[in-house]
Ligand binder design. Structure first.
Ligand code: COA
Length: 204
């Protein structure tokens, strides 16, 4: 069962799989029925070029491997070191992207993470809504104190979204990745958000 501090708002579900809700979105574990949406969203170089580990073309087989990885993560229970969640648009019951909390260190109180949205659903505030809820979950429900992130230079959408949520620049990791989608070596602009810098959203 997913454990939370006793005064935390409700998160998770009776089967222990995480489920978070926002006004327009549900953040939940991936399931096999999401495979067509995963392939639709990620088989797009315009999206994958900004992500380090998404191959191109993105096939059903790649999606199945991804689901197997996510299932292993969830099996670790309350001490799991990461969450990989589908972003479901309530009005369409469709997985329009993914958001993650990764490298969770309970010792240091830190975690990393990422996000992507199907190109057809970008620019409508869903990124802010999903990432904002991920931050709330990390700080309020898990009790972490710092979130670390990054983006490839030129990713103005991610930079703008992170700045809006309070992330601050923390340097440049030169030639940090070989992007799987296009094979190019890319720098990473590092960002971080401390809990004391976080603007807690008003309770719904
Ligand atoms: C990055 C991403 C998740 C942002 O999600 P989104 O839903 O498109 O962004 P939002 O609509 O929530 O916008 C967030 C803020 O960024 C701004 N923004 C969004 N796209 C922008 C762009 N291309 N250029 C400049 N600013 C942009 C918005 O104006 C908004 O600020 P505002 O509320 O002041 O207007 C999405 O664009 C995406 O999936 N991109 C491809 C994959 C990716 O880059 N993932 C992140 C890797 S680090």
């Amino acid at each position: 069962m997913f454990q939370q501090p006793s005064d935390a708002p409700s998160a998770g579900s009776s089967d222990g799989r995480l489920r978070l809700e926002t006004q327009r979105l549900v953040l939940r574990e991936w399931t096999a029925s999401d495979i067509p949406d995963l392939v639709e969203g990620l088989n797009d170089l315009g999206v994958a070029q900004w992500l380090a580990l998404v191959p191109h073309p993105y096939t059903v087989e790649a999606a199945e491997q991804w689901l197997a990885y996510c299932a292993r993560l969830a099996e670790a229970g309350p001490e799991r070191t990461g969450y990989e969640l589908a972003i479901e648009l309530r009005s369409e019951r469709k997985a329009i992207g993914g958001v993650s909390l990764t490298r969770i260190s309970r010792l240091h109180g830190t975690a990393g993470g990422g996000i992507w949205l199907n190109a057809h659903y970008q620019g409508h505030g869903y990124g802010l809504e999903a990432f904002g809820e991920k931050i709330r979950f990390a700080f309020e429900d898990l009790g972490l104190r710092k979130l670390e992130n990054g983006y490839f230079p030129g990713n103005t959408a991610s930079q703008a979204m992170q700045e809006k949520l309070g992330y601050r620049p923390e340097g440049l990791r030169r030639q940090a990745y070989r992007c799987l989608a296009d094979g190019l070596i890319k720098d990473e602009c590092l960002t971080g958000l401390l809990i004391q810098e976080w603007q807690r959203p008003p309770r719904r």
